[in-house]
Design a protein around this ligand. Structure first.
Ligand code: NAD
Length: 490
């Protein structure tokens, strides 16, 4: 039997046991067995992490560092993550079952690119002189960091979501306290071990682990935390925003989705089928932008569905470390039970199953294969609420106005896919879709340079790109009188 790994939390560049001496367990979802124990951090631990970040910000070294030097710190982080991509990937696979091929290559390419992109931006965030109408005034605008920023992460892509937050947050000059998900904390802790090699300024990056209400909420509410970046579900996000509102803190929210894939009758059939399948199943639907609502024109629905099933049936569901595996396990037991309950409930409501992923269940571990329901009414739970699993619904439609209405008729607005050979039509439609990202004849692309975020209850604020940096900064307007004169007001 393999040994259980016991982690500590990280504050002030040192490792600490939780003051409560309590730990929670992490299961390897590919076999359903506990492999690690993670600190259950309480307020005392949070105070330690926040005070380390606060000291680093106000007393230095990080808060006093020239922006160009901050940039060099980010470059070192990028280099070390790329060098250790495989090790980080292995831990994440053990922690949440994600396939190594969906983690490691991105840590040597576009995800680590975030650190180099924002490294370059550190000393280029120039202010400006405002041509104010007030006479004899020199009014200038500066961009400043917030101070201590809390980064709250989900379980589906801990390292990916962390990078999207960490790079711009520290590039902007903030120091951070990270709280990974209680369902996948280990890759973040392992990352801190790796970052120790990068000789980071003391207190710049701190990590506390624990549950949402008992570690996440007190971290958000801590009086010295000045801004929060949250990625998670809409329910968790709503609770977090209530916490943030208690002492009026800015929070950016990257939340859930129920993204439509819109297939026109002139779409390239092979391209659209492959795009729709790739847009949900290879990551077991564990992506916020999973295209889980397949909206296909009525004239091609039968043909499209037939081709879709042919492709999906070939998928090999299995252990993440088996190189032949194309779809790994569900990331954790809670999510596995949740997805099964959603499939059972949909069946009970009389929805027609075209392919049932439960046939992939195994004697150990948490496996569910691609699952597709047919003719799902848009008001049904399956079309309205996020499953965050390999479950898709098919709906048909007749005309452009109708499909726009269906596509927009959920509380979410994260992403949408449009499949057609008619570019004019695609652009017309993209303009009318309420979503932060729209893909035309492709899906799932993202890059450091391009801002992402949600409309409606999929969140607010943006990550990546120029906007991603601004999310972690605030402006200051300074008025300098060039010919000071102040008459007696009375
Ligand atoms: P979740 O909301 O349950 O938890 C996310 C994080 O918030 C965890 O660290 C959790 O401990 C913390 N949290 C929960 N309740 C809290 C509270 N009351 N106060 C403070 N912190 C709290 O989400 P999850 O199940 O971990 O992640 C899956 C969700 O994340 C899905 O809905 C998915 O769509 C979404 N997601 C969104 C994006 C995006 O960029 N929009 C990316 C990845 C995942």
């Amino acid at each position: 039997m393999s040994e259980i790994q016991t982690y500590k939390f990280y504050a002030g560049n040192r490792w600490h046991k939780p003051s409560s001496e309590k730990y929670f367990e992490s299961e390897d979802p590919s076999i359903g067995k506990v492999w690690a124990k993670v600190p259950d951090c309480n307020e005392k631990d949070i105070n330690l992490a926040v005070s380390s970040a606060k000291q680093a910000y106000y007393e230095g070294p990080y808060g006093k560092m020239h922006p160009a030097e901050r940039g060099r710190t980010l470059t070192r982080i990028g280099d070390i993550i790329a060098k250790n991509a495989e090790r980080i990937g292995q831990i994440e696979t053990k922690d949440n079952g994600k396939l190594p091929k969906n983690i490691t290559p991105s840590l040597t390419s576009w995800q680590t690119e975030s650190f180099y992109y924002y490294a370059g931006m550190c000393d280029k965030y120039e202010g400006r002189l405002i041509p104010s109408e007030v006479p004899n005034m020199h009014n200038y605008l500066k961009w400043e960091p917030f101070g201590v920023v809390a980064l709250i992460l989900p379980w589906n892509s801990p390292i990916g979501t962390l990078i999207w937050k960490l790079a711009p947050a520290i590039a902007a000059g903030n120091t951070v306290v990270i709280k990974p998900s209680e369902r996948a904390s280990c890759s973040t802790l392992e990352l801190m071990k790796i970052l120790e090699e990068a000789d980071l300024p003391e207190g710049l990056v701190n990590v506390v682990t624990g549950f949402g209400p008992t570690t996440g909420a007190p971290l958000i509410e801590h009086q010295d935390v000045r801004m929060i970046s949250f990625t998670g579900g809409t329910k968790g996000g709503s609770a977090a925003s209530l916490s943030a509102s208690k002492n009026v803190k800015p929070i950016i929210m990257e939340l859930g989705g129920k993204s439509p894939q819109i297939i026109f009758k002139d779409a390239d059939l092979t391209l659209s089928v492959n795009g729709v399948v790739s847009g949900i199943f290879p990551v077991s639907g564990h992506s916020c932008i999973s295209g889980s609502r397949i909206l296909v024109h009525k004239d091609i629905k039968d043909k499209f569905t037939q081709n879709l099933l042919e492709v999906v049936k070939k998928a090999k569901v299995g252990h993440p470390n088996d190189t032949a595996t194309q779809i790994g396990p569900i990331a954790n037991k809670e999510q596995y039970d949740f997805i099964l309950s959603k499939i059972e409930a949909a069946e009970k409501r009389g929805l027609k199953l075209l392919i049932d992923g439960r046939k992939e269940q195994k004697s150990e571990g948490y496996y569910i294969g691609p699952t597709i329901f047919d003719n799902v009414p848009n008001e049904d739970d399956l079309a309205q609420n996020e499953v965050f699993g390999p479950v898709a619904s098919i709906q048909s439609w007749d005309n452009e106005d109708e499909v726009i209405k269906i596509a927009n008729d959920t509380i979410y607005g994260l992403a949408a896919g449009i499949w057609t050979k008619d570019t004019n039509k695609a652009i017309r439609l993209a303009d009318k879709i309420e979503a932060g990202t729209v893909y035309i004849n492709n899906y799932f692309n993202a890059s450091t340079q391009s801002p992402v975020g949600g409309f409606k209850q999929s969140g607010y604020g943006r990550e990546n790109g120029w906007e991603g940096m601004q999310s972690y900064m605030q402006t200051k307007s300074t008025w300098l009188a060039t010919n000071p004169s102040q008459p007696d007001p009375f």
